[in-house]
Ligand binder design. Structure first.
Ligand SMILES: Cc1ncc(COP(=O)(O)O)c(C=O)c1O
Length: 302
């Protein structure tokens, strides 16, 4: 009889997995190699594994084409530079990796995540953790994205983005716990509000409110993530003649807004139909922007 500590035969290459457990079978690009399942691993000396020292990007892929790839790469490379990470793989290399992973997984419509870690400490940081993985798009879409309007809650936990909120780091516990609140309430997203009532962002999205036809979104100076879709929506508003600007929003504004909508690279633009159990009557501006953004994606962007 096997002792409980003995690795399962299936886990011969992955002794860190508990007996009987299985790594996901998907193919991932890791540091230049395509690897599968349990072979996709990271050194435990890497600061990405030890301290949450990582940055990442999530890109939506439709029919094999990643949208706004250049803006995602720019955010990744600039974040790496500002935070003193090892230089990430060249964007062209990551683009090849994306095609390889989509082909290996047989995916055309996907959510693709690229992660770069801070590497192993000592001297110049060395790049030891860079990987790219894909998931089928349909499974990643919120119910509200599919239905055309989301239901959201306000997170119960007072939030502050901290000094690194403007970076998409892998230190995401505060945001992840808010996601779990949303899941527990069976809604799409949780809005993060500070103890003093400042509205920041969603757990995985940027927030917009409409007042007297004007679109308002919390300023980047508040420390929110400079979302790629947020930026596109502000550009689309300018093109469509919809007044839009950055403005601090307060908890009360969420209750008094004519409309609310959210943006995220995978979900795109999602009008809000219900917040904290209260129905929002209007979604017109959000719908107009959702459609304008979709058309923009379909023509391949700028
Ligand atoms: C906290 C947070 N804010 C905003 C966003 C939206 O950013 P983007 O439009 O670049 O997807 C995300 C995306 O995951 C996020 O995690």
């Amino acid at each position: 009889m096997k002792s409980r500590r003995e690795p399962d035969a299936d886990n011969a290459t992955t002794p860190w997995l508990p007996a009987g457990a299985r790594a996901p079978e998907k193919t991932v690009w890791v540091n230049g190699q395509l690897v599968k399942g349990g072979e996709a691993s990271l050194s435990l000396f890497d600061r990405g594994a030890r301290d949450g020292g990582g940055i990442f990007e999530t890109v939506r892929v439709d029919s094999g084409r990643p949208f706004d790839w250049d803006r995602h790469m720019e955010r990744l490379v600039l974040s790496a530079a500002v935070l003193g990470f090892p230089v990430p793989s060249a964007p062209a290399r990551l683009r090849q990796a994306l095609d390889q992973v989509l082909a290996a997984e047989g995916l055309a419509d996907a959510a693709v995540r690229m992660t770069v870690t801070r590497g192993i400490a000592g001297g110049r940081p060395t790049r030891t953790g860079a990987w790219l993985e894909a998931e089928p798009l349909p499974g990643r879409l919120w119910r509200g994205t599919r239905a055309g309007a989301a239901r959201v809650v306000i997170s119960r936990r007072p939030f502050h983005p901290g000094p690194l909120g403007e970076f998409k780091t892998t230190s995401r516990l505060a945001w992840d716990l808010a996601r779990e609140e949303a899941r527990a309430e069976d809604v799409d997203e949780a809005i993060l509000v500070g103890v003093e009532g400042t509205v920041y962002e969603g757990a995985v999205s940027n927030v917009f409110a409409v007042f007297r036809g004007e679109v308002l979104t919390p300023p980047l100076a508040a420390g929110v993530l400079p979302g790629i879709v947020r930026e596109r929506v502000l550009e689309l508003c300018a093109g469509l003649g919809i007044p839009a600007r950055e403005e601090r929003l307060r908890r009360d504004d969420l209750a008094n807004a004519e409309e609310l909508f959210l943006t995220n690279s995978v979900q795109e633009v999602v009008p809000v139909a219900e917040i904290a159990g209260r129905a929002l009557a209007a979604q017109g501006v959000g719908e107009r922007l959702r459609e304008a953004y979709r058309r923009f994606v379909e023509v391949g962007g700028a």
